[in-house]
Write a protein that binds this ligand. Structure first.
Ligand code: C2E
Ligand code: MG
Ligand code: MG
Ligand code: MG
Length: 278
């Protein structure tokens, strides 16, 4: 578009780029203070087992409310935090807060559930990660099998063997690994079987049109059979309708997560939901 509209178009293009950079810088600067000013929160979205109809886990999703920028989406600020190195501090806060929340719910007598935490590729590559996870579990007195790390296929992109070694280490510790957004990355199937993942998370882009698009249905079906053949289970994300849920159940999908069942909620609200469903 910029090229076609000539000089003015070029002008427009640079202005737009400038705006993008300004916003990124603004976010980076604001993010520096987000932790100390207590602006970060975790919301939690339940994961429902289709075989038992029980809530078997929750996923922690980061929320940031800034006084001037308003609510900034993780899709926007996580990438900035990764590039600036701030993801380490934020990621540690997320892990600790989620682990302590899981422990608190156990102490309240709620049924045991896994706590799923998203880990960015940058966090995953940090050499201290296994030690950090061990320390946080010990602090929270949370048994490792109740923590699940959600990694995307991208973590293995540049250094597959390094990534596999870290996953192996986590697996030895007893922590579970789920491959998030599965089907959208470039992971090779020969690596996939060495990932020590216990779960593939079917990306919501395949779930969205599953009732109308036979190709999406075929992909979902293939992911489920492959996962089961390799000894993994499956969870579908972004389930918004009863029709999607019915179809996923018929395909043998193990778990679902999405607005149809429950939106991500602040912890106080989620407790009421968990109590009502136990
Ligand atoms: P994700 O881990 O794949 O999370 C799923 C996203 O889908 C979440 O968006 C969730 O709120 C949203 N979602 C849940 N159910 C539905 C549904 O039925 N329909 C639709 N359309 N969306 C649904 P959110 O919270 O904006 O997070 C976006 C991404 O940001 C996450 O994708 C994850 O990659 C990243 N993220 C979120 N929290 C963290 C975090 O604590 N650390 C890191 N490293 N990344 C995070
Ligand atoms: Mg799970
Ligand atoms: Mg996730
Ligand atoms: Mg996902």
């Amino acid at each position: 578009r910029a090229k076609q509209s000539g000089r003015n178009g070029y002008q427009f293009y640079t202005t737009e780029m400038q705006l993008t950079t300004d916003r990124a810088l603004q976010i980076e600067n604001a993010l520096r203070r987000a932790l100390e000013r207590d602006q970060l929160r975790l919301h939690y979205q339940p994961q429902l087992s289709l075989s038992t109809n029980r809530i078997v886990g929750v996923e922690a999703l980061l929320r940031w409310q800034h006084p001037e920028l308003g609510q900034v989406a993780p899709a926007e600020f996580i990438a900035i935090a990764e590039a600036s190195g701030q993801i380490q501090g934020i990621g540690e806060w997320v892990l600790r807060t989620a682990a302590q929340q899981a422990k608190q719910w156990r102490d309240l007598g709620l049924a045991p559930m896994t706590m799923s935490v998203n880990l960015s590729a940058v966090q995953f590559r940090h050499p201290d990660l296994p030690e950090l996870v061990a320390r946080i579990l010990a602090e929270a007195q949370l048994p490792p099998q109740f923590l699940e790390l959600e990694l995307t296929e991208g973590v293995a992109l540049h250094d597959p063997l390094g990534a596999i070694a870290v996953m192996e280490h986590m697996h030895q510790q007893g922590v579970k690994i789920s491959i998030d957004d599965f089907g959208t990355g470039y992971s090779s199937l020969s690596y996939l079987k060495r990932f020590h993942a216990h779960q593939l998370k079917i990306d919501q882009s395949f779930v969205r049109d599953i009732t109308d698009d036979p190709e999406d249905l075929a992909i979902v079906n293939a992911i489920i059979s492959m996962a089961h053949s390799l000894g993994m289970n499956t969870i579908a994300e972004g389930v918004e309708t009863q029709a999607q849920l019915t179809l996923l159940r018929a395909q043998g999908c193990d778990e679902v997560q999405g607005y149809f069942f429950c939106r991500p909620q602040p912890p106080e609200e989620l407790v009421a939901f968990l109590r009502a469903h136990s």
